[in-house]
Design a protein around this ligand. Structure first.
Ligand code: FUB
Length: 441
């Protein structure tokens, strides 16, 4: 089986193993990522966005199925493929395209996958179903019916330290909670409203526990698109005390955000989504960023980044357009490139860009190459590693802004270990160059 997998990977190449900053994968659209540490690896259970056929889906979303991804380093992601398709859900509309945000938890060696779907009995907008497996990547066996008494979207499950489990769900003015029975497939009594949360639209609850405190986090449309907010409490059923915003709302044409928060190898992360690849709010891509707590264990508000998480090794080009911070640059997709590929576009004189956590290992590269274009007189790129200038790249006019050249220059210092990179750009014209990537060799 393992050999077959290796052969498949070799044949399919980057389709199965993907090198990521943000977004995490680029070969398909992935939204609503629920990240879980399972068997020492990070698994992500997102939903899938596809382009809607006329008249299909709801609210502009067409979401037919679920894939599972995993990673050991949060950089190389393996796509384990599709685990559930809408056509297989016994109680679900076979062409509803309404497989919205899912969750998966492990209890006593069984993986319970919770997902919303439109029911054929039309009893609700969404019902929540369960599927079980003995491994996170499946195969999953679907239950014949949805969970009775659960009516809404975005299921999220917390398995508490005492073995009790709680199901959070819903979207709208109210979010709901119910204790799960020990079968993990039915609820105890009636679901109740999680009170004390701010008004206006909320959805996508994600509850985690840290040092005995329950963090109830949720996307919340407080003013025009969703910010991720949170409240804390001492009981998984509430009450919760509203604390503030975890991630500000996007203001660039995407209304949703949907997240999960997880600790992995002593670092906390927030997984969420944006419309990086498509610039279309119905075709989203999952992302991750590091998350930090203050000395009182309150969440420090996170600014979404392109750089994302993990160390970038130098054995591949560094996609510098996924920067940590930047000044006077903009990012756009490279026209005519069949892969999903971005560039720093029309970089201005005086611009700079930083890219953190590049792992040079012991490689001590001798040169750095930049893939550049310029329709004007070009300019100069100064390359700084660990605060020290190590190379200067002179970029000529390459013919036009879409004619790319790779320019290689020597590196003046022995580079090793994990370092932050900074590039500065100078030229005589306002617009100096376009930059696709840099590579150390
Ligand atoms: O992805 C469809 C819906 O959009 C999710 O269920 C919500 O949380 C929002 O992300």
């Amino acid at each position: 089986m393992k050999l077959l997998k290796i052969i498949l990977v070799l044949v399919l190449g980057t389709l199965s193993f993907l090198n990521a900053q943000n977004p995490l994968v680029t070969h398909m659209y992935t939204a609503d990522p629920t990240a879980r540490v399972m068997n020492g690896k990070m698994y992500v259970f997102p939903s899938t966005d596809i382009v809607c056929e006329e008249g299909k889906g709801e609210n502009g979303f067409c979401m037919p199925s679920y894939n599972v991804f995993s990673s050991e380093d949060l950089v190389n992601w393996e796509d384990h493929g599709k685990i559930i398709d809408q056509t297989e859900v016994p109680w679900g509309v076979k062409d509803g395209f309404g497989m919205w945000a899912p969750d998966c938890v492990e209890k006593d060696g069984i993986y319970y996958y919770y997902f919303p779907a439109p029911p054929t009995d039309k009893s609700a907008f969404r019902r929540v179903g369960v599927a079980t497996a003995t491994a996170p990547e499946g195969p999953y066996t679907l239950e014949n019916d949805y969970i009775k008494g659960v009516n809404g979207i975005d299921p999220n499950v917390l398995v508490d330290d005492d073995g009790k489990a709680y199901l959070y769900f819903g979207g709208g003015k109210n979010l709901m909670v119910a204790e799960l029975n020990s079968d993990m497939k039915s609820i105890k009594g009636k679901a109740k409203i999680v009170k004390e949360l701010p008004g206006k639209y909320k959805e996508g609850s994600f509850v985690f526990k840290k040092k005995g405190v329950y963090y109830f986090t949720f996307p919340h449309d407080a003013s025009g698109s969703e910010e991720i907010a949170y409240a804390v409490g001492k009981n998984p059923m509430g009450p919760f005390d509203y604390k503030g915003v975890v991630m500000d709302r996007f203001k660039d044409g995407i209304w949703t955000n949907h997240h999960s928060i997880v600790e992995f190898k002593k670092q906390w992360y927030i997984f969420y989504h944006h419309h990086d690849i498509s610039n279309n709010q119905h075709l989203r891509s999952m992302r991750a960023d590091s998350l930090f707590f203050d000395e009182k264990d309150m969440i420090i508000k996170k600014k979404a980044t392109l750089r994302g998480v993990g160390l970038t090794s130098i054995d591949k080009p560094i996609q510098i357009d996924r920067y940590s911070d930047a000044h006077k640059v903009k990012v756009s997709r490279i026209k005519g490139d069949s892969n999903v590929n971005w560039q720093l576009d029309y970089v201005e004189n005086g611009a700079w860009v930083t890219y953190n956590s590049v792992d040079f290992g012991k490689s001590k590269p001798k040169t750095v190459t930049a893939r550049v274009s310029s329709g004007l007189q070009g300019g100069t790129i100064h390359v700084f590693v660990g605060g020290e200038r190590v190379a200067t790249i002179k970029v000529p006019n390459t013919g036009n802004w879409n004619t790319w050249k790779e320019i290689e220059v020597p590196v003046s210092k022995k580079l090793k270990g994990v370092q932050d990179i900074k590039l500065t750009f100078q030229g005589d014209a306002k617009y100096v160059l376009n930059l696709d990537w840099i590579k150390f060799q």
